[in-house]
Design a protein around this ligand. Structure first.
Ligand SMILES: Cc1cc2nc3c(=O)[nH]c(=O)nc-3n(C[C@H](O)[C@H](O)[C@H](O)COP(=O)(O)OP(=O)(O)OC[C@H]3O[C@@H](n4cnc5c(N)ncnc54)[C@H](O)[C@@H]3O)c2cc1C
Length: 397
């Protein structure tokens, strides 16, 4: 049986970015790689956005770039994004581009099969799909075990859940130059709820009704909120061109603990999501490049890939506040944008701010008492106390 150098299970945002990192570096040109995904990866199932300075790994594929963003809290705030841009990419275009890169590589096989399990041996990993068995020296998997994260008693877990409509409206109601990141004008109903609007012309936009909360809604509830929002804008007749939906984990659960010598979890499954925002795409670009560079430099034990950072602490505190007081999100996020320069907020959310900037952000944040209480709870969590139960109840060990 052929033994591959690498097996990638899951060719989504992270799997494909890792594949692209291998294809771009001549060091990996003789490596044999097997990609396993249950899906054909041809549909436009995601719209990815991220902010970035200058040109990046996916600039050529970017569909739309905004140089202004806005947030609507107590008041409407509009910001020029300074040396950043806010970029949008359609997944179908990205999947096609990476598949083309992998064809050019010549040593990459693809199978469309469902992964079932893997077993680690001393020198290799066996990967079982529904119909076959494969061997690779290392396995990179984006199959996530979210149940375990949800059941964690030491880490907060919320869903970032949404339905988005790509609409064409009768009247020109959007500002095509501005990405509306959070519009908290919608009823909060005890949660953190907002509209996210990405306009591509005055009468075309992706309009998403988004919540950071414990429980998902019925499809009708998201859709009614979008309808009401567009009604409020006086958009006139609305043609829905495409829909997307998602539920992204927001958690500080240490996914990396599941890594072993020969198996590395990547993407959401590896904790590559920024827990307090749900943004994963750009972090996956950075982590994939870091992984390829580490492998090239001789990384042979995947347990040493994880790099801890102080942003884990900030994420814990934000999520813990939202978990306990899901109604304060609108005020919390509005204040962050109100009291800080936009590039500092972006640096912070990208995990690239300085300690001084972080102290400034934290000192101006509110609700202060809740934040301080969550800092205390972070300490308890590190000491092994059990803080969470389903329904947001918590108890000490
Ligand atoms: C609609 C939507 C919009 C989003 N927008 C943004 C955004 O704007 N910016 C951002 O940063 N993040 C965004 N996210 C969050 C995040 O970037 C995406 O969820 C991203 O796709 C996560 O990458 P991943 O590789 O971890 O998972 P995925 O991209 O979901 O890839 C996992 C892959 O594994 C495959 N797979 C799963 N189980 C098996 C199995 N048993 N056998 C074989 N294959 C399997 C799947 O078919 C899939 O291809 C969005 C998410 C969604 C759902």
């Amino acid at each position: 049986m052929k033994r591959y150098d690498y097996i990638l299970v899951g060719a989504g945002a992270a799997g494909m970015q890792l594949l692209a990192a291998f294809c771009r570096d001549p060091f990996f040109s003789n490596y044999s790689i097997l990609v396993i995904d249950a899906d054909s990866k041809t549909s436009n199932d995601r719209t990815w956005c991220w902010w970035e300075r200058g040109e990046g790994a996916w600039s050529e594929l970017v569909e739309k770039r905004w140089e202004q963003v806005s947030v609507v809290g107590g008041r409407a705030m509009q910001f020029g994004v300074e040396d950043y841009s806010y970029n949008m990419l359609h997944s179908a275009k990205f999947y096609a581009a990476v598949k083309a890169m992998s064809q050019a590589h010549g040593g990459i096989d693809w199978v469309q099969e469902r992964y079932v399990k893997h077993r680690e041996q001393q020198d290799f990993v066996e990967v079982m799909t529904e119909g076959n068995r494969y061997e690779g020296k290392y396995l990179f998997t984006s199959v996530a075990n979210l149940k375990e994260a949800m059941r964690s008693t030491q880490h907060p877990y919320l869903h970032q859940h949404f339905i988005g409509w790509f609409v064409k409206t009768e009247h020109p109601v959007f500002d095509a130059n501005t990405a509306l990141m959070m519009d908290f004008c919608v009823e909060q109903r005890g949660n953190t709820r907002f509209m996210y609007v990405l306009p591509t012309s005055p009468s075309e936009a992706l309009v998403e009704y988004t919540l950071f909360s414990d429980t998902l809604l019925s499809e009708g509830e998201y859709e009614q909120a979008i309808t009401e929002y567009l009604g409020g804008l006086q958009a006139g007749a609305v043609k829905i061109q495409h829909k997307e939906r998602g539920a992204i984990p927001m958690t500080t659960y240490p996914f990396w603990k599941h890594n072993t010598q020969r198996v590395l979890h990547i993407g959401i499954a590896g904790g590559w999501t920024r827990a307090s925002t749900g943004y994963t795409f750009h972090n996956s670009t950075k982590e994939s490049m870091r992984l390829a560079a580490s492998l090239k430099a001789g990384l042979s034990d995947m347990r040493s890939f994880h790099a801890s950072s102080r942003f884990h602490f900030y994420d814990f505190v934000v999520l813990d506040v939202l978990k306990r007081r899901n109604d304060v999100g609108a005020a919390f996020f509005s204040r962050i944008f109100e009291t800080n320069r936009i590039h500092v907020v972006f640096d912070f959310l990208n995990g690239q701010s300085t300690l001084q900037q972080e102290i400034n952000i934290v000192s101006k944040s509110s609700p202060r008492l809740q934040l301080m209480y969550s800092v205390l709870r972070y300490v308890f969590s590190r000491l092994g106390f059990h803080l969470y139960r389903y329904k947001g109840l918590y108890r000490m060990k």
